[in-house]
Design a protein around this ligand. Structure first.
Ligand SMILES: *Cc1c(COP(=O)(O)O)cnc(C)c1O
Length: 391
């Protein structure tokens, strides 16, 4: 069909640059070992931190919900698509997060979009870390508010932006809790101090901290003992929680406002019963099986220490997100391909997801990995690292 030549040209450019990608289907369920291209490999690229994508209690809850309530809801939340279980789950989430209220969106992406696009006007300013997630960037694009970008986790740069913002009605500082490409944690205590000094609101996106940091996986706010001092906590139900969805944990006022103004909430159909039931069961799992989080952090330490001992540069990571810095884009992809030959699935991340020349293999270990699997992975990294002269 004619008409898409201009798009094909861009795809051809990507092919020449080596940045063109195809999707890589799993031929098995998600897990510490998966089947890809007919081969069983150790999975180091998922966000399935706690292995909850197939937790028996959650699978059972989903199956029961399918049987009792069917597979879909047939409406958006605001018209006829709110089930009692949606509301019950939000109450449970709010209690878990130690906030007044919570509201679930279709995904973490739409949560950020829905909040940022609706709560700010031209009278306001949003102040954002330069390495915030794409969904925050897109949410900001949808507001009429003024924007200021501060240097990554740089508190002087943030303070400067706050000083320049005194004329605005609402000043909203927004940051990832854990940065997804480097695995470092935002300096929330300092951010909150500055926010309080300059009368700003704070919004934290805890996609990579939900289920990972804080007591029972409550996130970075709880991790730093800042309960009650961060205005908006965004979380995802799609990563460590193992299912799908995003949520905001905040005040009743914000919840009610977003029910009226959060556009993805208003104009996109609610979660199927099985999704909500599985998410609900996941909170029980977080409360009842804290050993999963302990195992995740034990595995993280083992793997990170192993990589460092081998001489790899793992950047500034402090969490299970551990990048192995390679540099050159093509070499990064080569490294990933060689790892696959050795039975390890660990994707390379290159420009434009990270800066040019900062290509890396981003690894995420999970609670599900055994020590043997992690040792096998370290052995493969050693072999490939030596072969490609990285170590
Ligand atoms: C993954 C991610 C999201 C999106 O969450 P989904 O539930 O997958 O849509 C939002 N913010 C950050 C920081 C993320 O890493």
């Amino acid at each position: 069909m004619k008409g898409f030549e201009y798009l094909q040209d861009q795809l051809d450019d990507m092919k020449n640059e080596g940045t063109f990608r195809t999707l890589i289907p799993l031929e098995s369920k998600q897990g510490s070992k998966v089947q890809i291209k007919g081969k069983e490999v150790i999975q180091l690229s998922s966000n399935n931190y706690l292995g909850l994508t197939s937790h028996p209690k959650m699978v059972e809850a989903a199956e029961k919900a399918n049987q009792e309530y069917g597979v879909g809801t047939g409406s958006v939340r605001t018209i006829a698509g709110t089930l009692q279980m949606h509301e019950d789950f939000e109450k449970k989430l709010a209690k878990f997060k130690h906030t007044e209220a919570a509201l679930v969106f279709q995904s973490g992406f739409t949560t950020n979009q829905g909040i940022l696009s609706s709560i700010l006007t031209e009278q306001d300013v949003v102040i954002s870390d330069e390495l915030n997630h794409a969904s925050i960037i897109d949410g900001i694009r949808l507001t009429k508010a003024a924007r200021k970008i501060y240097k990554h986790v740089d508190m002087e740069s943030l303070e400067q932006a706050l000083k320049e913002s005194s004329d605005y009605r609402t000043k909203l500082i927004v940051t990832d809790g854990v940065f997804s490409m480097d695995g470092n944690i935002a300096p929330l205590p300092e951010i909150v101090e500055l926010a309080e000094k300059y009368g700003a609101l704070v919004m934290v996106d805890d996609a990579h901290a939900s289920g990972v940091l804080g007591e029972n996986g409550r996130g970075t706010v709880n991790h730093f003992g800042l309960d009650g001092r961060v205005h908006i906590q965004v979380g995802t139900l799609s990563k460590a929680i193992g299912v799908l969805g995003g949520y905001v944990a905040s005040t009743q006022t914000l919840r009610e406002y977003l029910i009226h103004k959060g556009r993805p909430f208003l104009f996109s159909t609610s979660h199927p019963p099985a999704v909500t039931a599985a998410n609900d069961a996941a909170i029980d799992v977080l409360l009842e099986e804290p050993e999963l989080i302990d195992k995740l952090w034990g595995n993280t330490k083992f793997f990170k220490d192993g990589l460092k001992k081998l001489g790899f540069n793992t950047g500034i990571s402090e969490t299970p997100v551990t990048p192995v810095m390679i540099g050159d884009d093509a070499l990064t992809h080569k490294f990933s391909d060689e790892l696959f030959e050795e039975g390890i699935f660990a994707q390379g991340i290159v420009f434009p997801t990270v800066q040019r020349g900062k290509g890396r293999i981003r690894t995420i270990v999970t609670a599900e990995h055994s020590k043997e699997e992690l040792q096998d992975a370290l052995n493969a990294f050693e072999k490939v690292g030596k072969k490609l002269n990285i170590i």
